[in-house]
Design a protein around this ligand. Structure first.
Ligand code: NAD
Ligand code: IPM
Ligand code: MN
Length: 378
C-alpha cells in the first residue's frame, strides 16, 4: 500500500466550503482504492492564520506543506484583512515561492458540453474550446522590486517592477512545450506578451522562440499581444486551442477571463508545480509535488451561504491524483463523475447547477451527487 500525505489549507471565505466537498471526494478515493492510503491534515493559512497566529503563512503550515506529497488550497483573502500591512495574499505568494512552484497549469475546457447552455458566449463561439494556460507563477510583477516612496498614509509614488531572467523564461517554456507534446498530434503553443511596449516581453518573446526552435523544433509556435489576445479569448477562443504560455500577471487576468467560456469562475481547477508534469499513465511517470487550487478567490460576496460552486476544487483533486500520485484511473473517474453530475438533467434527473450557473442547487448537494456517481465508477 502506497501512502500519500495531503495537506489541506482551506483558507478563508468560500475556501473551507469548497474544500469540504473535495475532501469527500478524496475520502471516496481512499476507501475504494486498497492500493493507496491518503492521509489528510488541515492547517491554518491566509486570513484565518493572521487571526490565529499573526502570520498568513505560519512556520508550522509551511513545514507541513514542505513535508506533504501534495497540498490542496481553497482560497485566501477577504474584506476583514483588506489591503493592510499584513495580508492573506502575501502568504500565498510566499508559499508559491518557498515551494518553487513556477508553473501554474490552468486547463480551460468544458467539464461537460451541457455547460454550453450556461456560457454567456454563443454556442457557435464557445463549442470546442480546449486550451490549457501555463502561467509563470513566481516571477514578473508579483516578485520584482516593489516600493512606496514618501510617508504614510499617502505615499507620493509607488512602483512595482516587471522582471524576467532568461532562465525563468526558458523553464516555463519547457513546461508548456512538454504539455503540448502530451497529445498526438502535439498541441500548438501560443505565447502571449506585450513585446510592442515592454522590455521584459521582448526578452520573453526571444527566449520562447529560441527555446522552442532549438529544443522542440516540431512544435507550432505563435505570438500574440496580450490586449488582442484578451479580445480573441471571448470572440474566437478556439483560435487559442492548445497551450497558452504567458507571464505571471497576464496569466492571472487571462485565466479568469477564460472561465467565462464554460460559464463560471467556480468551474476551473489549477495545479502549481515545480516543473513539467508527467501524465500518470505514461511509462516514465514520476510523481511531482504540487499545490492544487481552484482559480477563483474567497468570494466574500457569497461566503457562508452554502452556495459556492465546488467543481473547480473537485477538478483540482483530479489534477492532484494525475500529477502527484500517478492515479490516472481515479483522476479520470473524478472528471467523469463531474461530467455525469453536470449532465444529470439530460439523464432524466435534476439539473445540478449552483447559483453562479443560474441554478439553486447547494454546494453540498453538488458534492453529494459527484461522490455518489464516483462510487459507481471506481
Ligand atoms: P473571487 O474569485 O473571490 O470572486 C469573483 C466573483 O466570482 C464573485 O462574484 C464570486 O462570488 C464569484 N465566484 C468565485 N468563485 C466562485 C465559486 N466557486 N462559486 C460561485 N461563485 C464564485 O475574486 P474577488 O472577489 O476579486 O476576490 C476576493 C478575495 O479573494 C480577495 O481577497 C482576493 O485577493 C482573493 N483571491 C484569492 C485567490 C486564492 O486564494 N488563490 C484567488 C483569487 C482571489
Ligand atoms: C490567483 C489569485 C492570486 C494571484 C492572488 C490572491 C495573490 O488571484 O491565484 O489567481 O494573483 O496569483
Ligand atoms: Mn487570480
Amino acid at each position: 500500500t502506497k501512502s500519500f500525505k495531503v495537506v489541506l489549507i482551506p483558507g478563508d471565505g468560500i475556501g473551507p466550503e469548497v474544500v469540504a466537498q473535495a475532501v469527500r471526494v478524496l475520502n471516496v478515493i481512499d476507501s475504494s482504492s486498497p492500493e493507496i492510503r491518503l492521509q489528510l491534515e488541515s492547517h491554518d493559512f491566509g486570513g484565518i492564520a493572521i487571526d490565529n497566529h499573526g502570520d498568513p503563512l505560519p512556520d508550522s503550515t509551511l513545514k507541513a506543506c514542505k513535508e506533504a506529497d501534495a497540498v490542496l488550497l481553497g482560497a485566501v483573502g477577504g474584506p476583514k484583512w483588506g489591503v493592510g500591512k499584513v495580508r492573506p495574499e502575501q502568504g500565498l505568494l510566499k508559499l508559491r515561492k518557498e515551494l518553487g512552484l513556477y508553473a501554474n497549469i490552468r486547463p480551460a475546457s468544458f467539464a461537460s458540453d451541457s455547460l454550453l447552455a450556461n456560457s454567456p458566449l454563443k454556442e457557435s463561439v464557445a463549442k470546442g474550446v480546449d486550451f490549457v494556460c501555463v502561467r509563470e507563477l513566481i516571477g514578473g510583477l508579483y516578485f520584482g522590486e516593489r516600493k512606496e516612496q514618501g510617508s504614510e498614509p499617502q505615499p507620493e509614488a509607488a512602483w512595482d517592477t516587471m522582471i524576467y531572467s532568461v532562465e525563468e523564461v526558458q523553464r516555463i517554456t519547457r513546461v508548456a512545450a512538454q504539455i503540448a507534446l502530451t497529445t498526438t498530434p502535439p498541441m500548438a503553443v501560443h505565447s502571449i506578451d506585450k513585446a510592442n511596449v515592454l522590455a521584459s516581453s521582448r526578452l520573453w518573446r526571444k527566449v520562447v522562440t529560441e527555446t522552442i526552435t532549438k529544443e522542440y523544433p516540431t512544435l507550432q509556435l505563435d505570438h500574440q499581444l496580450v490586449d488582442s489576445a484578451a479580445m480573441i479569448l471571448v470572440s474566437n477562443p478556439r483560435k487559442l486551442n492548445g497551450v497558452i504560455v504567458t507571464e505571471n500577471m497576464f496569466g492571472d487576468i487571462l485565466s479568469d477571463e477564460a472561465s467565462v467560456i464554460p460559464g463560471s469562475l467556480g468551474l476551473l481547477p489549477s495545479a502549481s508545480l515545480a516543473g513539467a508534469p508527467v501524465v500518470s499513465d505514461a511509462k516514465d511517470f514520476k510523481p511531482c509535488f504540487g499545490l492544487y487550487e481552484p482559480i477563483h478567490g474567497s468570494a466574500p460576496d457569497i461566503a457562508g451561504q452554502g452556495i459556492a460552486n465546488p467543481i473547480g476544487t473537485i477538478l483540482s483533486v483530479a489534477l492532484m491524483l494525475r500529477y502527484s500520485f500517478g492515479l490516472e484511473k481515479q483522476a479520470k473517474a473524478i472528471e467523469e463523475a463531474v461530467r455525469k453530475a453536470l449532465d444529470s438533467k439530460e439523464q432524466g434527473g435534476l439539473e445540478l447547477r449552483t447559483k453562479d450557473l443560474g441554478g439553486n442547487v447547494r454546494t453540498e448537494e453538488i458534492g453529494e451527487q459527484v461522490v455518489n456517481i464516483l462510487k459507481t465508477l471506481l
